[in-house]
Every structure is written in structure tokens, then in C-alpha cells.
Design a protein around this ligand. Structure first.
Ligand code: CP
Ligand code: NVA
Length: 310
């Protein structure tokens, strides 16, 4: 039976039950088929999504805006200088006011707490389009893509190489919820948040899967089914890029490293990629790479999320 998710916010994958996660995948699959066959699916006719961006975006902005149009609704973009949010008006008041106009909010910003507060004080669903801490829409899409490519999560081993950042955190949430074994290899001092790791370990116990946080990239990719990486300096860390490069160089995903993975491993990256840093052309442009399917699926999965919660 369908689970009613109307009005629910998506701030973190950890707030979703396993059943809700699978429901998102089911609806994503249906909407993807409808899109590809040209069958209309204007489920959100007359609804408006507010899209708040304090950081730049290619995929998130365009896939949400296109997605809401395809569902029959309207998307309104607000850039970094457009709202009073957190500047001359507190989040509490902004959340209440926006709830009187809109049917849903998608927000990309720096402080995760701002998204938590927006969801808490508003009365409409809030979808997290990336914070310094998490990137749940990306990882739900990544899991959907893994399911398309590998048909199951059971027994899969995902290796994440690089920074213990927002992507690492949401991957820990997502993999542990669905029971994928995940190994993160990061330089020391760039490990993921300890509470998120603990939480993932508890989730993984229920699913009988493994969470490993290590520093050795070769050990991480050994027999991996999925190799995942992300930029070494995230949005807002541009000034640290040079310093970080020194620590991250041995975590580059290149032909030598991927030799340790299974022959049919898939390479994933949320994009944008910094080619020549965390990944080289020979890997990201290889037949093992699924990065553009992953990017396309943002559209289908976010349409499913909007259709379910708005
Ligand atoms: N992967 C992702 O969120 O891309 P954008 O920063 O372009 O939205
Ligand atoms: N870690 C990256 C992800 C971009 C989608 C960042 O926050 O910039």
C-alpha cells in the first residue's frame, strides 16, 4: 500500500524509512518511463515550488525547475541576493511567510541548521538541495542509479574516495539504510562527522552491512562494485583548494587505482568534476562510468520526491 508522504520534508535521508526510500524509487521509475514514452504526468498542476539558492548549481537548479514544469507546476528561483533569509529577517518568519504562498521549498545553502529551521517553522515540505553537511537528493538519485545498473543492493560494495564532506555523509546515510557495504577512504583530518558514522553503523547493523572508515585508497577500492568520488574542495572552500590538493593527491581515481575494483565496477560522481584532480578522463569517460545517467536521474528522482511530498 502506498505510504502517505504528503507534507513531509526531505532534510536528510536518515529521516526516511526504508519503505519510503523504496517508494521514492518506484515512483521515480514510473515517472522516468512516462517521460521517456511521452505520457503526460501533470500531477502537481497549479502548485508552486520556491527554489532558494545561496550557492551556485547546474544540475540541481535545472533538474528541479524542469521537473516541476513537467509535473504541471511552476518553479520560482531565488538567488543569493533575492531574499531577506537570515539577513534582515529571521528564518522563523521567512518560513511562515513562504508557507502562505508556496506549496514546497527547495533550498541549497551553507548552514544545515537553516534547512532544519525552515522545515521546522514552515508548514510546507522543504527539500534539501545541498548544505555543508548533506546532499540527500543526490544520494537518493545515486542509489536509484545503482539499482538500475546492478539490479540489487544486496552484497554490493561501494568505495568512496576523498573528502569526508556532504556527499560522504549522505552516502553513509543512504548506503547504511539500504544495506550497501560502504568503505570511505579519506586523508587523516578529513574524515566524516563522527555522529553520522555512528548513526550509519547503527543503521548498517539492522541491514547486516558494513561501514568502514579508513585512510588507504587501494584497500577501499579492492573488489568494489561502485567507486565514488567528489571534489576535494567543496563550494565555500575554494581558498583551501591548493592546500587540500597536497593531502588528496593519492586519492585520485585513475586507471591504476581502479584495477583493484571488480571488472564490472561502475564509476560515480555527483558532478561537477574537477578532471585531473579527483578523477582523470580515462576513468570518467570510460565504459564503467555512469556519471551522465546519474545526472539525468536527478530529474526523475526529484520529480518523484516532489510528487510524493507536495
Ligand atoms: N551534483 C549537483 O548537485 O550538481 P550542481 O551543484 O550542479 O547542482
Ligand atoms: N561536495 C560538493 C558537492 C557538489 C554537488 C560541494 O558541496 O561543493
Amino acid at each position: 500500500m502506498a505510504i502517505n508522504m504528503k507534507g513531509k520534508s526531505l532534510v536528510s535521508i536518515n529521516d526516511l524509512t526504508l519503505e519510503e526510500i523504496y517508494q521514492i524509487f518506484d515512483v521515480s521509475k514510473t515517472l522516468k518511463e512516462k517521460k521517456l514514452t511521452g505520457e503526460p504526468h501533470r500531477i502537481l498542476e497549479g502548485k508552486t515550488l520556491g527554489m532558494i539558492f545561496s550557492k551556485p548549481s547546474t544540475r540541481t537548479r535545472i533538474s528541479f525547475q524542469t521537473g516541476i514544469y513537467q509535473l504541471g507546476g511552476t518553479g520560482m528561483y531565488f538567488g543569493p541576493n533575492d531574499l531577506q533569509l537570515g539577513k534582515s529577517e529571521n528564518i522563523h518568519d521567512t518560513a511562515k511567510v513562504l508557507s502562505r504562498y508556496l506549496d514546497g521549498i527547495m533550498i541549497r545553502t551553507f548552514a544545515h541548521q537553516d534547512v532544519v529551521d525552515l522545515a521546522r517553522f514552515g508548514s510546507i515540505p522543504v527539500i534539501n538541495g545541498l548544505t555543508d553537511l548533506l546532499h540527500p537528493c543526490q544520494v537518493l538519485t545515486d542509489l536509484f542509479t545503482i539499482l538500475e545498473k546492478k539490479r540489487t543492493f544486496k552484497g554490493l560494495k561501494l568505495a568512496y574516495l576523498g573528502d569526508g564532506n556532504n556527499m560522504a555523509h549522505s552516502l553513509l546515510h543512504g548506503c547504511s539504510k539500504v544495506g550497501i557495504d560502504i568503505t570511505l577512504a579519506t586523508p587523516s583530518n578529513y574524515e566524516p562527522d563522527k555522529d553520522i558514522v555512528e548513526n550509519a553503523k547503527n543503521n548498517a547493523k539492522i541491514m547486516g552491512s558494513q561501514i568502514n572508515i579508513i585512510n588507504d585508497p587501494v584497500e577501499a577500492v579492492k573488489d568494489a562494485d561502485v567507486i565514488y568520488t567528489d571534489v576535494w574542495a567543496s563550494m565555500g572552500q575554494e581558498a583551501e583548494a591548493e592546500e587540500r590538493r597536497k593531502h588528496f593527491v593519492k586519492y585520485q581515481v585513475n586507471p591504476d587505482l581502479v584495477k583493484n575494483a571488480k571488472d564490472d565496477y561502475i564509476f560515480m560522481h555527483c558532478l561537477p568534476a574537477h578532471r585531473g584532480d579527483e578523477v582523470v578522463d580515462e576513468v570518467i569517460d570510460s565504459n564503467n562510468s555512469v556519471v551522465f545517467d546519474e545526472a539525468e536521474n536527478r530529474l526523475h528522482v526529484q520529480k518523484a520526491i516532489m510528487a510524493l511530498v507536495m
